[in-house]
Design a protein around this ligand. Structure first.
Ligand SMILES: [Zn+2]
Length: 76
């Protein structure tokens, strides 16, 4: 095999490896499942309603009954 063929194969490999990596990155990025943060969830101690706590809420209250809430994973 001549040297020009090896240079052609090497050039194609140099171009195709990043392209294949980019395609795999796009495929993997589309399959990522979004998850809701459990630390941002509040559970009402009165009516057991689970809701999203607003970002800067110091003492979040239940939107339905305004009772005191605990974090979602808490056993109280
Ligand atoms: Zn409630």
């Amino acid at each position: 095999m001549q040297l020009s063929n090896w240079i052609l194969i090497y050039s194609l490999a140099i171009l195709l490896i990043p392209l294949a990596g980019y395609v795999l990155f796009i495929i993997r990025d589309g399959n990522i499942a979004w998850e809701l943060s459990h630390t941002r969830l509040g559970r009402c101690t009165s009516c057991q309603r689970v809701f999203l706590v607003k970002r800067h809420a110091l003492a979040p209250r239940c939107p339905r009954c305004h009772a005191v809430t605990v974090t979602y994973l808490s056993k109280n």
